[in-house]
Write a protein that binds this ligand. Structure first.
Ligand code: NAD
Length: 356
């Protein structure tokens, strides 16, 4: 089992270090190799995703990723910005399916801005298509408008597009995931306005015929955004396109209290995957030793389950995380009265201790 470890920038290095300690405490035989990515790679090699890092990721069974980015790189040409490394890895590894579970742990009910009764017991899974949609569609660019409301004016444009096989494969992923859960899929679209998403809806409906044991509902994205904060427990698996998934999964993050608790997995057709916390590099708290490492540790658990075929080890990590929360240990982002405030390294050490 080979793991490419790419800590990245900001808090990435701090949180990945804790996840690595947790993996090492499992007594499994891993080969772990670390490489630079993002701003750190740009500083050293002049590119956020150097050839050597990409090669390491391609040869590994899984990538454990921290986060990339810093405001100081915002002025760089777009292809050199740290965030391009993630897009490059997704593209080169063919990572088309993004899994983001949003689970509200009983101990953290108070950390959410929503009422406890709305989120207590929440366990939903957002599956976002990751390699298509308006984020990758061509053509895109800037030009002088020849028609529209202001002919002759400067304008910018992107292209929203999905092919049938792209929708089919993500629909299969969603229905199969739902089979292992509560057997309900909500497909989120904007079919009332967008041709692309009428097509999405039609294709998902067609694929559903192969999964009669799973319930399928369709929901417009604006309603889904509202329902997620009104009554999130109505959902089991949500499947949607790249842009809607980007937005809805961050909204779902806040249901659970802190983005510091949310793991994610991005998989290709061979179950090779990239595992990372849902948050970014948090430059505002980087280097202070206060970042919550649990999202990254839970991402490592997802890696064991999906790419390394070690479901029991995954369960051990998840149980250890629940145990430290039950002990009352909290990083500042999830701290509340009556609990014990700890830093990144202490939280990691507590998870290792609970594993043992
Ligand atoms: P962010 O997720 O880094 O931070 C948002 C807020 O959440 C900040 O207040 C931060 O302190 C807090 N936060 C995030 N993770 C935390 C953790 N583990 N523990 C405690 N608090 C945490 O988003 P941002 O501030 O919008 O972006 C910062 C940089 O990260 C930007 O350069 C952005 O492009 C990049 N980014 C990278 C990724 C990625 O690597 N996948 C994702 C999103 C943003």
């Amino acid at each position: 089992m080979k793991i490419a470890v790419l800590p990245g920038d900001g808090i990435g290095t701090e949180i990945v270090a804790e996840a690595v300690k947790v993996l090492q405490a499992l007594d499994l035989q891993f080969e772990m190799e670390t490489a630079l990515v993002g701003g750190a790679a740009y500083e050293a090699h002049g590119h956020p995703l150097p050839e050597s890092t990409l090669k390491l990721a391609q040869q590994a069974d899984a990538v454990l990723f921290g986060a990339v980015g810093d405001w100081k790189y915002d002025k760089l040409d777009r292809p050199l910005r740290p965030e391009q490394a993630i897009l490059g890895l997704r593209k080169h590894l063919g990572l088309f399916a993004n899994f983001r579970p949003a689970i509200c742990y009983p101990e953290l009910v108070g950390a959410s801005t929503l009422k406890p009764e709305v989120i207590s017991g929440l366990d939903i899974l957002i599956i976002r298509e990751l390699t298509g949609d308006i984020y990758f569609g061509q053509p895109r660019g800037r030009r002088t408008a020849v028609d529209g409301h202001f002919p002759g004016a400067d304008e910018a444009f992107d292209t929203m597009r999905y092919s049938k096989p792209e929708i089919e494969r993500i629909a299969h992923v969603a229905f199969q995931a739902a089979r292992k859960r509560n057997k309900k899929v909500t497909s989120v679209d904007k079919a009332n306005v967008l041709e692309t998403f009428q097509f999405w809806k039609d294709v998902v409906t067609e694929v559903h015929a192969q999964y009669p044991d799973v319930e399928l509902e369709h929901m417009y994205v604006d309603n889904a955004a509202m329902q997620l904060v009104r009554a999130p427990k109505q959902f089991d698996v949500i499947v949607t396109g790249n842009m809607f998934g980007d937005i809805l999964s961050d909204e779902a993050a806040m249901l659970t209290g802190s983005i510091g608790m949310l793991p994610s997995a991005s998989l290709n057709a061979r179950n090779q995957g990239l595992y990372e916390p849902s948050h970014g590099s948090a430059p505002d708290i980087a280097g202070k030793g206060v970042a919550n490492p649990l999202a990254t540790i839970l991402s490592a658990a997802m890696m064991l389950r999906f790419s390394l075929n070690q479901p029991q080890a995954a369960e051990r990590i998840e149980a250890a995380v629940k145990a430290v929360l039950a002990q009352g240990l909290r990083t500042p982002d999830i701290h509340s009265e009556g609990t014990t405030r700890v830093g990144t390294a202490e939280m990691g050490a507590a998870v290792v201790q609970a594993l043992r």
